[in-house]
Design a protein around this ligand. Structure first.
Ligand code: FES
Length: 75
């Protein structure tokens, strides 16, 4: 199984890398081009193509820049 990575973009979408299937609340699949290396999911709420990002976050003053806590090394 291939790994999926979700990158949290500053002031922008969630970038999902890896083989994923995206379904709506009733289980119907959204079409995602199989050759796309990543899918950007809107988290600002202003996209006209939800759940996908359409770049609207750039004009709605969406601000978010979360950082994961630094993990202490376990020895
Ligand atoms: S995050 Fe890009 S349009 Fe919402």
């Amino acid at each position: 199984m291939s790994a999926v990575t979700i990158k949290v973009r500053d002031n922008g979408p969630l970038l999902v890398e890896g083989p994923v299937t995206i379904v709506d609340a009733t289980g119907n699949k959204f079409t995602v081009a199989p050759d796309k290396p990543a899918v950007a999911l809107c988290r600002c709420g202003t996209s006209q193509h939800k759940p996908f990002c359409d770049g609207s976050h750039k004009t709605c003053n969406f601000q978010a820049a979360e950082r994961a806590p630094i993990q202490a090394e376990i020895s």
